[in-house]
Design a protein around this ligand. Structure first.
Ligand code: PEP
Ligand code: MG
Length: 325
């Protein structure tokens, strides 16, 4: 298997008909880059920037963030590095943020909500990302979006960060793409409207499944109910890809579903441009994509979208895999 992985790392993630899907890496720190590159990741589709903010007394400075982002951007070479702005909240308390104890931290003051209300924190992060953009291709991704006005406000913050960098005489990249995570049902349902306001989508299935099914992603008591094969989740995801493509923006996925080889035929048929996953999943997913023919994947997707139960969808994709092997 190891030898097969090495072989796969140099091959494209391409269907039998030659349609290519970009397979990128999810990382939590610059140290994760090595594993992604070893598996042939084409860039980073999700850099969880939280690691810079957690477990410390004061927020990271612009310089400190710049150093971390620059390292990752440089190591992506010609490929895109998507940096997600900080996604923290009440489940991960931070001394310098003074988050009140919340009954429902996953429904609370977190992610983009904090960034927009603590502009000094957001400002330093945006400046650091724009500066890192000088060293390669970088994109900004906003977590937990529920409405277009949040994107507009974030865009204003990006413009302000650029203005200040210019005034300070620091080098920075202009025209850095601004994308959003689709990880709330609100964002998925209004994807058409949101697509008009941003440059790309990346679907975060970990949260999208949690919020769509009202099933806590970390609670073992309800984990049997937690599945990205639930028909409601599949329909939302399919709609998001269509909405993004109708508006001419690229659509990726960076939740766990992107790294599930069983889901790969469905995602390929939906037309994803990019799938971002943890390094070990890259060869598994690539292997499946390279065996896919469009027509059979499309038939599978049509069938899956007509099913009413999670278990039925799972059986269908398992059967498909057996036939493929
Ligand atoms: C997601 O929600 O799917 C996602 C990728 O973000 P995180 O797992 O960091 O919440
Ligand atoms: Mg998430």
């Amino acid at each position: 298997q190891k030898r097969r992985d090495v072989e796969l790392s140099t091959l494209a993630a391409m269907t039998m008909e030659g349609k290519k899907i970009q397979l990128a890496a999810n990382i939590s720190s610059p140290a994760d880059m090595a594993a992604g590159l070893r598996q042939g990741a084409e860039g980073v589709g999700l850099f969880r920037s939280e690691f810079l903010f957690l477990g410390r007394e004061v927020p990271p400075s612009e310089e400190e963030q710049f150093a971390a982002y620059r390292e990752v951007v440089e190591r992506c070479g010609n490929h895109l590095c998507v940096i997600r702005t900080m996604d923290i909240g009440g489940d991960k308390p931070l001394r310098y943020l003074n988050i009140n104890k919340e009954d429902n931290p996953f429904l609370g003051w977190r992610a983009i909500r904090i960034s927009l209300e603590r502009p000094e924190l957001f400002h330093a992060q945006l400046k650091a990302i724009l500066r890192a953009g000088v060293y390669g291709k970088v994109a900004i991704m906003l977590p937990m979006i529920i409405s277009a006005s949040e994107i507009a406000r974030a865009r204003e913050c990006v413009a302000r960060a650029a203005t200040e960098l210019a005034r300070e005489g620091k080098a920075f990249a202009a025209d850095v793409p601004l994308g959003i995570m689709i990880e709330t049902p609100a964002a998925a349902v209004t994807a058409r409207e949101l697509a008009a306001e941003c440059d790309f989508f990346s679907i975060g299935t970990n949260d999208l499944v949690q919020y769509t099914l009202a099933v806590d992603r970390g609670n073992p008591a309800v984990s049997p109910l937690y599945s990205h094969f639930h028909p409601a989740v599949l329909k939302l995801i399919d709609g998001v890809v269509k909405a993004g493509h109708e508006r001419g923006i690229w659509v990726g996925m960076c939740g766990e579903m992107a790294g599930d080889p069983l889901a790969a035929p469905l995602l390929t048929a939906m037309g994803f441009d990019e799938l971002s996953m943890s390094a070990p999943s890259i060869p598994r997913v690539k292997e499946v994509i390279r065996k896919l023919s469009h027509q059979s994947a499309q038939e599978l997707l049509n069938q899956a979208l007509s099913l009413k139960e999670t278990d039925a969808v799972r059986s269908l994709v398992e059967e498909y895999r057996e036939q493929m092997l």
